[in-house]
Design a protein around this ligand. Structure first.
Ligand code: B1M
Length: 210
């Protein structure tokens, strides 16, 4: 599809209005919100990520791309959240301390809500205290953590270790995700599950909560 390629370019160039227009056109063409999300926005951000890594794009450009992606997501959000599904459980999710990447975490939160979970989104840069406070307040079934940096992912273990110390680790399903993580890391830090993407997060949550 030509428009998806165009949208990859528009995202790369941080063209917010064009991204919003593209999303609306694809919706009119009958694309599902999920397909639009994965095939235009997530794929497009993958391309941005490669050139960011290779020093072709820099932070200001990537920020523009991220903002364009967020405006596209804002159109899709109500469509993804809209659900007649019965409430399946509660989740608290946040990006861990030192890390300000939030697009993936936002996507997981949206898809979880769409699947019928009540989600408290703690936002970015969360110290363990933030998780503890939210856990106490909301009594979630699931605690979700996101990290996009190799330097911040170890902090997930700090959070899990704190839950263990407090004797409440087993009261919650702990799920982790983010581009630099893998299955092995999830196991090593004592999480219940590593989730490769938002769809896997939803499936895993449903499985583990049943
Ligand atoms: Co950053 N950045 N960044 N960045 N950035 C990465 C992560 C990087 C891989 C780029 C690169 O070099 N190729 C690299 C990390 C390298 C490393 O650690 N080894 C990097 C770097 C270095 C940095 C800075 C240090 C750059 C600098 O300042 N010199 C800096 C750090 C700031 C900080 O956090 N302290 C920085 C800043 C930024 C921006 C602000 C410019 C911007 C973030 C904007 C925002 O989020 N609001 C940004 C972006 C956009 C990226 C890339 C290009 C894209 C991330 C993204 O949004 N992807 C990224 C490159 C990449 O990831 N390949 C990169 C789209 C999103 C849908 O995917 O987040 O992976 P993702 O989420 C997926 C899954 O991972 C999973 O599901 C999601 C949806 O399917 N998932 C979960 C994620 N969280 C989950 C939680 C769960 C379950 C599943 O819980 C249950």
């Amino acid at each position: 599809e030509e428009l998806t390629l165009q949208m990859h370019d528009d995202l790369y160039d941080g063209l917010k209005d064009e991204i919003m227009e593209g999303v609306n056109i694809l919706l009119e063409r009958g694309w599902t919100p999920y397909d639009i999300l994965t095939r235009t926005l997530v794929e497009g951000m993958g391309i941005v990520g490669i050139d960011f890594r290779d020093g072709i794009l820099f932070v200001p450009e990537v920020l523009l791309a991220a903002n364009a992606m967020k405006s596209g997501m804002s159109i899709l959000k109500p469509l993804l959240i809209e659900t007649g599904a019965p409430r399946l459980g509660r989740m608290v999710i946040g990006t861990v301390k030192g890390d300000i990447h939030d697009i993936g975490k936002n996507l997981v939160a949206m898809m979880m809500e769409g699947a019928g979970f009540e989600v408290t989104d703690l936002g970015i840069n969360n110290a363990v205290e933030n998780y503890l406070e939210a856990i106490e307040r909301d009594q979630p079934d699931i605690v979700g953590m996101s990290a996009l940096l190799t330097t911040t992912m170890p902090y997930m273990k700090v959070i899990i270790d704190t839950l263990v110390e407090k004797g409440i680790r087993d009261d919650y399903i702990v799920m982790v995700g983010g581009a630099p993580l893998n299955e092995e890391f999830g196991k090593a830090i004592g999480a219940d599950a590593y989730c490769r993407d938002a769809a896997v997060a939803v499936e895993t949550a449903k499985e583990l909560i049943a």
